[in-house]
Write a protein that binds this ligand. Structure first.
Ligand code: SAH
Ligand code: SF4
Ligand code: F3S
Length: 467
């Protein structure tokens, strides 16, 4: 049954703005901050909101965490190594505090949202001043106000699955912007912690999304990246029904040059969406379609709700409708019980599909998920060997796959000056692949036409074609 989504009331948002104004006037508040972000785009965008709120409180961003009076760790817990890295860095700050006694430390994000985790962390890391979860991010002003007025550490984690509109955002890039269309996830893939730490799936109202998109368009943004854990199932529980494809059509009517999105679940990838992409003016010809495994039995145990055959069918449809489409994926090796033959099925799928890029992961048991309790966990040395094999297969194929672009025309949204030379810049082409071309820092934020002339380490090399 569709649940009604609760929006944080305007009165509550105003109450938070009140705290922002209060903190601005507080003499003991920090003057500078630095947010350290782990994890996916959702977290990166949450960090932009945190920065937005802190700036409204009068703080300025410090480039290095060593120089900030307030350091916030926005954590991820999707795999064990993500968690360990975050905690390692928190500990490192304890040393910094010896020379900076007024340093304030907060920890937030997905890891804090794990049941019992906030309390556990605080017991172990007593020097943390403030901990809060993903579900009460919009209450940061109130929490910070409390923390500044109290001596000990303050932990606040809720599990309200709400949508908060109208938070200030301090964007990392001026030319490209994240735009959240939905929060949470209801899929419960058996390996995944995300539904537990990001709450139930809930879609933002189309009018709120379109308003934000219009503002971004008016501010000159060249690219929007629509965010959701499963964007294809957008629209459940909305008052006025709208599909993801319908939302894309609305956005495509605007004049934002490039529209991308992530992530799509193969089960919900509709023909309507594929046709919408094919007919669109601004939706880029690229698709991130996590497959996770090439074996039906493993897919079933992962609770993915598709077979290898169905996945291949989606890929063919995409390639038919959008020739040359850039295709990337996520793959897990060493899922509980994965036999050598089942792993070979993943290898053969990768060989058959020929992805433009693949993010490969060793399965990492997450407490509370179904897979963590499954028998026959795969030993580390087996998983390590499998992932090495998979990576070298993919790398070999990728060179070949990318060669289809040689000689073709592309457009790059320039992101940065190359690390190797100040005469070269790089960014993403329309197919989602990194491209390096001659240029200077003035090109950053511009869309530059070019022709592909070479391939180097999974990056395309291009020459400029503009006069
Ligand atoms: N919502 C997105 C992905 C979220 S997590 C989706 O459905 O595709 C990003 C990737 O991390 C997943 O696609 C998966 O490949 C990987 N991942 C998630 N949980 C994992 C775990 N417990 N161990 C290893 N990899 C995992
Ligand atoms: Fe995790 Fe699956 Fe949801 Fe993606 S779709 S966030 S992998 S549960
Ligand atoms: Fe990590 Fe949370 Fe994203 S667990 S991958 S930061 S949703």
């Amino acid at each position: 049954m569709a649940r009604t989504v609760t929006h944080v009331t305007e009165a509550e948002m105003e109450r938070q703005r009140e705290f922002i104004r209060e903190i601005r006037e507080m003499p003991q508040r920090p003057n500078t901050f630095h947010v350290v972000t782990y994890g996916c785009q959702m977290n990166a965008h949450d960090s932009e909101k945190i920065a937005g709120m802190l700036q409204e409180m009068g703080m300025t961003e410090a480039e290095n965490r060593e120089d900030a009076e307030f350091v916030i760790f926005n954590t991820c817990c999707v795999r064990d190594n993500a968690e360990r890295r975050a905690l390692g860095n928190v500990t490192w700050l304890k040393e910094v505090r010896k020379t900076h006694p007024n340093l304030m430390i907060a920890v937030c994000g997905c890891m804090i949202q794990e049941p019992g985790m906030a309390e556990k962390i605080l017991k172990q890391y007593r020097f943390i001043d403030l901990a809060f979860g993903t579900s009460n991010l919009h209450r940061l002003p109130e929490l910070l106000y409390e923390a500044l007025n109290s001596a000990g550490s303050l932990v606040r984690v809720t599990d309200e699955d709400v949508i908060a509109e109208g938070l200030p955002v301090h964007r990392l890039r001026r030319d490209a912007a994240y735009l959240t269309i939905m929060y949470g996830c209801d899929n419960f893939c058996s390996f995944c912690i995300v539904p537990y730490v990001r709450g139930r799936e809930r879609s933002r109202r189309p009018e709120d999304i379109l308003r934000e998109a219009r503002q971004l368009q008016d501010s000159g943004v060249k690219e929007i990246m629509l965010l959701g854990q499963n964007v294809n199932s957008y629209g459940k529980g909305l008052e006025k029904s709208m599909s993801f494809a319908g939302l894309l059509r609305e956005l495509d009517r605007m004049e934002i040059p490039r529209i991308r999105f992530m992530t799509s679940h193969p089960r919900d990838l509709s023909d309507e969406l594929i046709e919408t992409m094919a007919d669109s003016r601004h939706i880029l010809p690229q698709f991130h379609l996590p497959v996770q495994s090439g074996n039906d039995e493993i897919l079933r145990k992962m609770n993915r709700h598709y077979t290898r055959e169905q996945y291949l069918n989606r890929v063919s449809r995409l390639r038919e409708a959008i020739p040359g489409i850039g295709l990337t994926t996520d793959i897990i090796v060493g899922f509980p019980g994965e036999t050598e033959d089942q792993f070979r099925d993943t290898m053969s799928l990768v060989e058959e599909i020929r992805y433009d890029g693949a993010f490969t992961f060793i399965y990492s048991p997450r407490v509370g998920t179904r897979a963590a309790a499954m028998e026959d966990q795969i030993p580390e040395e087996v998983s390590s060997r499998r992932i090495q094999e998979l990576i070298s297969l993919q790398e070999g194929l990728q060179r070949e796959t990318l060669s289809r672009f040689l000689g073709s025309e592309e457009k790059v949204l320039v992101e940065s000056v190359s690390r190797r030379s100040d005469q070269a810049v790089s960014g993403k082409g329309t197919h989602g692949i990194s491209i390096t071309l001659p240029g200077r820092s003035e090109d950053i934020g511009r869309i530059v036409p070019c022709r592909i002339t070479g391939i180097k380490n999974n990056t395309l090399i291009a020459e400029r074609t503009e006069k």
